[in-house]
Design a protein around this ligand. Structure first.
Ligand SMILES: C[S@@+](CC[C@H](N)C(=O)[O-])C[C@H]1O[C@@H](n2cnc3c(N)ncnc32)[C@H](O)[C@@H]1O
Length: 434
């Protein structure tokens, strides 16, 4: 928990709220969906309590493999009550983060347990947590020997990264367990990068440049504290994601398709770079609405821009037959490159999901290729680190399409950005139609 959150939210309430969120995730919901559901309850999470609950839930999901390992070592058989199990997992995470308050934390967890399941598990919660404190050194040593506990990722994920990134898998896993950076993209239609940087400084925010129009905050802050955000001076977008629009090499007047566009981060960047005839497509209507919201905020919506709900695999429904000069295919993927932003994803995904994404990617790529003009360029983009969604996908595409050639990026056939202090993990390959 951050200092501010821990000072102003009662710990027992935060433990309970976080345990409920974790229980929702373990039942298969995403953390975002579980959080959205809390807004619909009689007691929606707000203010410092919401911040404290999110902090505990994110932190526990980041290290879930470790807390789950501890719990298995501390109990002869798994606890039957899901809420109590989650309370234990959340409290173990908190005990590791704040050892100096260990006994107060255990007391608060026992208080919560006394209010759940008719208080039947109060003694068990007390016993397990006190046992953890007694055996902590031994358990920490054992956790080092267990890959899931040590790397805090599922075993299949670790195996896949080892295969796909034999020299970098450990650094990737370590980076995935860190807090993500917050980066802003300057809307250069409205303000120069230098002037915006001066506004950030005047607002007391310290930053460093991670691209021509990209400023990374030394410490993430709520959006309300970003000068000019609501007036459209900037967007929040990772520096790695900011490469996409630049790589697509757009020029004024071109017909451009952003085929998987929501919530519109890259579509907006494309429009900031040039006056385009842009079609921003997304299969999810609710998410497509966010494209329009973002373009309006940034002052980029015009008669030349169309936002449309549609499936990129079936152009006959939404394409008027006029070929595109540029296509951005920012396809749905495992999101394994941005897992530090969505730590629930690593525990919710299954190996079979990767095959499912790969099949969808093939279908999207093949369908979009027919809509690209001769000489036109298509950028294939994922926020994945898995070769099956990246290099192997592009190699197979080139094999299927004799009229496709790769254009080099930074002198290489493709770019695989690995998660790093300055950016998330992304993959880019630029294809041209002969
Ligand atoms: C990686 S996100 C796109 C992020 C977006 N390009 C941006 O920069 O803000 C992938 C998007 O693909 C959309 N999507 C998934 N399947 C699709 C399909 N078959 N056709 C079109 N969009 C699809 C999802 O709804 C999601 O919004």
């Amino acid at each position: 928990m951050t200092e501010q959150a821990s000072r102003s939210a009662p710990l027992a309430a935060a433990l309970l709220g976080a345990a409920d969120l974790l229980a929702a995730v373990l039942s298969g919901r995403t953390l975002d969906a579980a959080l959205a559901e809390t807004a619909l309850t009689k007691t929606p999470l707000t203010g410092p309590l919401r911040a404290a609950v999110m902090d505990l839930a994110y932190s526990t999901l980041r290290s879930f493999g470790r807390e789950d390992f501890f719990l298995a070592q501390l109990m002869n058989k798994p606890v039957a009550d899901v809420q109590i199990r989650c309370l234990l997992l959340i409290t173990l995470n908190r005990l590791e983060a704040r050892p100096e308050h260990a006994y107060a934390i255990v007391d608060q967890a026992v208080t919560v347990a006394s209010r759940l399941a008719a208080g039947n598990f109060k003694g068990l919660v007390n016993g397990v947590l006190r046992n953890f404190l007694r055996r902590q050194d031994e358990l920490l040593a054992r956790a080092k020997e267990n890959p899931v506990a040590h790397h805090q990722h599922p075993a299949w994920w670790i195996t896949r990264l080892k295969k796909d990134h034999p020299h970098h898998w450990q650094a990737i896993l370590a980076a995935n367990n860190t807090h993500p950076p917050m980066t802003l993209r300057v809307n250069q239609r409205r303000i120069t990068s230098a002037d915006f940087s001066a506004q950030l400084t005047a607002a007391g925010l310290t930053t460093h440049a991670v691209g021509d129009a990209a400023w990374q905050l030394d410490k993430p802050v709520p959006i309300e504290q970003i000068p000019g955000f609501h007036e459209g001076l900037c967007s929040v977008q990772d520096a790695g994601a900011q490469r996409a629009a630049l790589l697509l090499d757009v020029h004024p007047g071109q017909r451009v398709l952003d085929a998987c566009a929501a919530p519109g981060g890259k579509a907006a960047h494309l429009l900031e770079l040039a006056d385009l005839q842009l079609l921003a497509l997304d299969a999810d209507a609710a998410r497509a609405a966010r494209i329009t919201e973002n373009l309006v905020r940034l002052g980029l919506l015009s008669d030349n821009v169309r936002v449309c709900t549609g499936d990129a695999r079936t152009p006959t429904i939404w394409w008027n037959g006029q070929p595109f000069d540029r296509i951005l295919a920012d396809v749905p993927c495992s999101a394994s490159g941005v897992v530090r932003r969505h730590p629930d994803a690593k525990w919710l995904r299954r190996v079979s999901d990767i095959e499912g994404f790969a099949v969808t990617q093939v279908r999207i790529l093949d369908a979009l290729w027919h809509t690209l003009a001769s000489g036109g360029k298509m950028l294939y983009a994922t926020c994945s680190l898995f070769a099956a969604e990246n290099e192997e996908q592009v190699a197979a595409f080139i094999g299927r399409h004799a009229d496709a050639q790769r254009l080099a990026i930074d002198g290489a056939p493709s770019v695989q950005l690995l998660p790093h202090a300055d950016h998330d993990g992304f993959f880019y390959a630029l294809l041209q139609k002969n």
